[in-house]
Design a protein around this ligand. Structure first.
Ligand code: ATP
Ligand code: MG
Length: 561
């Protein structure tokens, strides 16, 4: 861990060094640049927290820029979802920008490059172009169109723009070096023809700039000072620099690109393309399915923005890729939820307890603490009655001395209530227990001030009154993938590792204070875990998603090592 926290500084070091070298602090500007072709996931959260975190540290503007160069895969829905997620995470952008706003500027620059003999129209098909690229160890070969005259290039490029050609007939390529060591420098494609409507520019354009041509120039147009991206773009840096050299005005800020490692999370996939498959193939109900590692999925699951930010801070920024155990994310959720989630009682798998010496028809409203972490403490009422539900697994007819829950002849305390003793059981024809008959100690009520009220018994159970219980739907989740690294086995498809039991739906019985629970409210069901009200809830039925259990498996992992 320590090494990772330290390495957060490597990005800050770069900035500090630039400031020491005379870079004007007022010219610092950052950006988060998503392609609107899917929903943001937990990996993006790292990048968001890095860029917006720097903005807060240095009091510098941070742009939200959509790199929307591919109308085939991009949609308005994704733009909206991305904005919603960044906001929900708690960040404010300075400008909302779109690479598509720079299409004209990029086109004009492309024309300049053509005039300077640095770009040309190639009229070969994609396969031929790819084939001429060569390999990392063998140089590529020149296109027969590489030496077209400037006039011919200008004319063709304009016709491309005017829609006079079909997709694939021509492309515009930068004229760099077909033998360059860096394959990306071997005359990369700058424009392709696509007769597709764009979510913002409509049908204004039928040629679209490639991501590589657009990305670095967009940073420059926005005067972003430090452009941070993931390691797979390290090789692209040379190309972005070449493109920048062609347009750079020395009076302006020249963006500096530096790379950090992608964040990968165990038991899931963090790639929009793969997440899209999960959605399209119906493995999940949508991008915000609570099993998804998307920001909106985590939100629906019950994660707080604080816990996600804390997770991103904890793992920090690294130079090399590694796999982060999902239990660390769960640890962060638990840590925050423990502070903020009101405690309530609900029973997931009920067995009925009848308290035979408690008056029939009587209901007592007992005082229950909402959250021991709160200051000052607040209380609510929970109804107690002769018949209650407890968890089936909290009762055994016979058990050894280590079983501190309820067994025949044994005593337990009911949380916020009385001590009860199990006397007998009622069974159906198949021998299944249907009721546990108990007696209670009327003097033992918690908080009543009697000596019995503080009498110590080994176990404390949660419970709900049968008469007052509110049936609710509870969705219990397990890992979406049954292995830690579903992408690791290159022979197999990651979809082969889907956990078929990642969702279980059950009816639980909750205390009546939850009757009006609203979507996104988070609770601790005592002894069970953290739960969040789902947006599928209706007047008739409240639906809860289980966020995480109470047990801290991360701490256990840490202790072991
Ligand atoms: P994906 O592979 O999921 O499609 P992407 O890199 O294509 O991701 P972009 O929308 O281009 O997604 O990403 C926006 C920013 O977030 C980029 O700067 C990218 O480097 C960064 N980013 C994407 N995935 C991760 C990740 N797993 N960890 C950290 N940063 C990431
Ligand atoms: Mg990308």
């Amino acid at each position: 861990m320590a090494e990772e926290v330290k390495s957060l500084n490597f990005i800050e070091h770069i900035i500090e060094e630039d400031l020491r070298g005379g870079f004007d602090k007022n010219n610092l500007r950052f950006r988060f640049p998503p392609e609107p072709n899917g929903y943001l996931h937990i990996g993006h959260a790292s990048s968001i927290c890095l860029n917006f975190g720097l903005g807060l540290d240095y009091q510098s503007p941070v742009n939200l820029r959509f790199d929307d160069t591919n109308p085939e895969k991009e949609e308005r829905e994704f733009v909206d979802a991305i904005k919603r997620d960044v906001e929900w995470l708690g960040f404010e952008w300075d400008k909302e920008c779109y690479a598509s706003d720079y299409f004209q500027q990029l086109y004009d620059w492309a024309v300049i490059l053509i005039k300077q003999g640095k770009a040309y129209v190639d009229s070969q098909d994609a396969a031929t172009i790819a084939q001429q690229k060569g390999t990392p160890t063998t140089p590529g070969s020149d296109s027969p169109f590489r030496n077209r005259s400037v006039e011919e290039n200008l004319e063709l490029f304009e016709k491309m723009k005017n829609g006079e050609f079909q997709a694939g007939e021509h492309v515009l390529r930068a004229k760099i070096d077909m033998a360059h060591q860096n394959m990306l420098m071997r005359d990369p494609i700058m424009y392709r023809i696509m007769h597709k409507e764009h979510h913002r520019t409509g049908n204004d354009w039928c040629i679209y700039p490639m991501y590589d041509w657009t990305h670095g120039e967009s940073d420059y147009i926005e005067q972003v000072s430090h452009s941070f991206c993931t390691l797979e773009f390290a090789m692209h840096r040379e190309l972005y620099d070449w493109f920048l050299d062609q347009v750079y005005d020395t009076n302006k800020v020249r963006p500096k690109q530096r790379e950090f490692a992608r964040r990968n999370l165990s038991h899931t996939v963090v790639s929009k393309r793969k997440l899209l498959r999960l959605v399209q193939e119906g493995v999940v109900t949508g991008w915000d399915d609570p099993r998804m590692p998307t920001i909106s999925g985590l939100r629906r699951r019950g994660y707080t923005p604080e816990s996600i930010r804390n997770f991103a801070d904890t793992i920090g920024i690294a130079k090399r890729e590694n796999l982060i155990d999902v239990s660390l994310l769960e640890f962060c959720a638990r840590e925050h939820l423990n502070k903020i989630a009101p405690r309530v009682m609900a029973v997931l798998d009920p067995i009925k307890v009848v308290i035979t010496n408690y008056p029939e028809g009587q209901i007592e409203e007992l005082e229950a603490e909402n959250n021991p972490e709160e200051d000052p403490l607040t209380y609510r009422k929970v109804p107690f009655s002769r018949e209650i539900y407890i968890e089936r697994e909290d009762f055994r007819e016979e058990a050894n001395r280590k079983f501190f829950r309820l067994k025949l002849g044994g005593e337990v305390r009911l949380k916020n209530a009385y001590i009860i003793k199990a006397e007998s059981v009622v069974k159906d024809e198949d021998g299944h227990i249907t009721e546990v008959h108990c007696t209670y100690d009327p003097l033992s009520r918690s908080g009543s001030g009697t000596p019995e009220s503080t009498r110590k018994v080994k176990g404390t159970l949660h419970w709900v009154s049968v008469a007052k219980a509110v049936p609710v739907e509870v969705r219990l989740y397990d890992r979406l993938f049954s292995v830690a690294e579903p992408e690791e086995d290159k022979e197999k498809d990651f979809m082969d590792f889907i956990n078929p039991e990642s969702l279980k739906v059950t009816t639980a019985y909750a205390e009546p204070s939850l009757k009006n629970a609203q979507p996104e409210e988070r609770y601790q069901f005592q002894r069970l875990g953290y739960f969040c009200v789902d947006r599928d809830s209706t007047e008739e039925k409240i639906v809860f998603n289980k966020t995480v259990g109470l047990r801290d498996s991360w701490a256990k992992i840490e202790n072991k090592s």
